[in-house]
Design a protein around this ligand. Structure first.
Ligand code: V47
Length: 367
């Protein structure tokens, strides 16, 4: 395999990775540009193995999207709707209680909850959501509210970012998911999500969260109009932030789904290719040397490719999920849920040891 990597002109990057030396932004761009997928995957696999041995993680989780009403109306998003849209919805706090109750018989350890930037729900609505979830399922870990939602809560509550995070933590927030990062580049934000919290604003919220003791995840929404340089700029901002705080748990590349989005109305857009999906996993694994985990999110790239991604740098496949709405509104054809048995089979067949984890990567069961 070393010969294959050198033949692909990536010998110098192999040396760096072998020596545990950091690769540069230019190296990252070269990996994306390389036509030799196997060589790039081989490099990522070295890092994955060093960090996570033969383990592949999954979680028994539930997704709840409390409302799709959103003032940002990003051009890549099919989920967010104007308040007056016929497709807009908003769950009451009691609706969310009901959602949790419906699945109390299942061994769910994490509730992943996000929503749009709502124009008029009061701050107390969000703290009440945490309260009812904890009332129904006291032991569950609530991973909720993206950095974009947190910045919005800081504004409507007047508590400031750190104040809101401390307050939500007190009410039961366990950690913060990685959504809303999109592509940090100001050019991409201007063209696709002008009203959204800026890239540097997103990083700032994540760093404050880490300082108040909350772990967070990070994502990048790739495969629309961003350049390779902009992908690497995004990864570089994450790597620098992680050097400072060490609070990120996992990085999840999110493949763009064009259906029903403004971007696809403006110009013909197609789904990302399998090669680009695997490269996004592999390059991230090579570049983000300070991130413990790289997730292949099966909802977005499919169960089959997620299984292959376990040989291209990923060590986590997310979890059971159920009722995923954000990607399915944008045309995802994957299932909305996977059972524990399906996840175990997928991981075992990939030659890995399935580890059921909690949100913070504590081992619940090793199979
Ligand atoms: O924030 C929006 C993205 C995110 C589209 O932290 C789209 O462990 C693809 O962040 N095509 C939500 N993506 C999903 C997310 C996530 C999922 C699983 C695990 C974790 C984690 C985080 O999806 C949004 C946005 O960035 N998104 N529209 C679209 N058309």
């Amino acid at each position: 395999m070393d010969f294959l990597v050198r033949n692909a002109g990536l010998g110098d990057i192999l040396e760096k990775i072998r020596d545990g030396e950091r690769i540069s932004v230019e190296d990252g761009i070269r990996l994306f540009q390389s036509p030799d997928l196997l060589a790039v995957g081989y490099l990522a696999n070295i890092v994955r193995e060093r960090k996570n041995a033969n383990n592949a993680y999954f979680i028994y989780n539930q997704h709840i999207n409390y409302s799709n009403i959103c003032t940002n109306l990003c051009k890549f998003c099919a989920f967010g709707k104007d308040k007056d849209s016929a497709l807009a919805y908003e769950m009451t706090v009691e609706d969310v209680r009901q959602k949790v109750r419906e699945r109390l018989s299942e061994p769910i350890t994490e509730i992943h909850m996000v929503g749009g930037i709502h124009p008029d729900l009061p701050y107390s609505y969000y703290t009440d959501l945490l309260k009812v979830i904890k009332e129904e399922r006291p032991d569950v870990h609530i991973q909720a509210f993206t950095c974009v939602e947190i910045a919005h809560f800081a504004e409507i509550s007047g508590l400031g970012i750190a104040g809101v995070l401390e307050d939500l933590k007190k009410e039961g927030l366990g950690s913060i998911p990685g959504g809303g990062a999109e592509v940090f580049s100001p050019r991409i934000r201007k063209l696709t999500c002008e009203k959204k919290l800026s890239g540097s604003g997103w990083i700032e919220v994540a760093k404050i969260a880490h300082k108040v003791g909350l772990h967070t995840n990070a994502t990048m929404l790739y495969g629309h109009i961003e350049s390779l340089e902009e992908r690497l700029e995004h990864l570089d901002m994450l790597r620098k932030a992680q050097d400072e705080t060490k609070g990120f748990l996992a990085y999840i590349p999110l493949s763009f789904h064009p259906k029903n989005t403004e971007l696809s109305k403006m110009s013909q857009m197609s789904r990302t290719s399998g090669v680009d999906d695997l490269k996004n996993i592999a390059v991230a694994r090579c570049f983000l040397d300070n991130f413990p985990h790289i997730k292949a999110y099966w909802v977005m790239i499919g169960q089959k490719l997620s299984q292959i991604a376990l040989s291209y740098g990923a060590d986590d496949v997310d979890g059971t999920v159920k009722e995923e709405i954000i990607t399915h509104m944008a045309g995802a054809e994957t299932e909305q849920a996977m059972s524990r048995e399906q996840l175990l089979r997928m991981i075992r067949e990939a030659g890995r040891i399935p580890i059921e984890r909690d949100t913070l990567y504590n081992v619940i069961n090793s199979y």
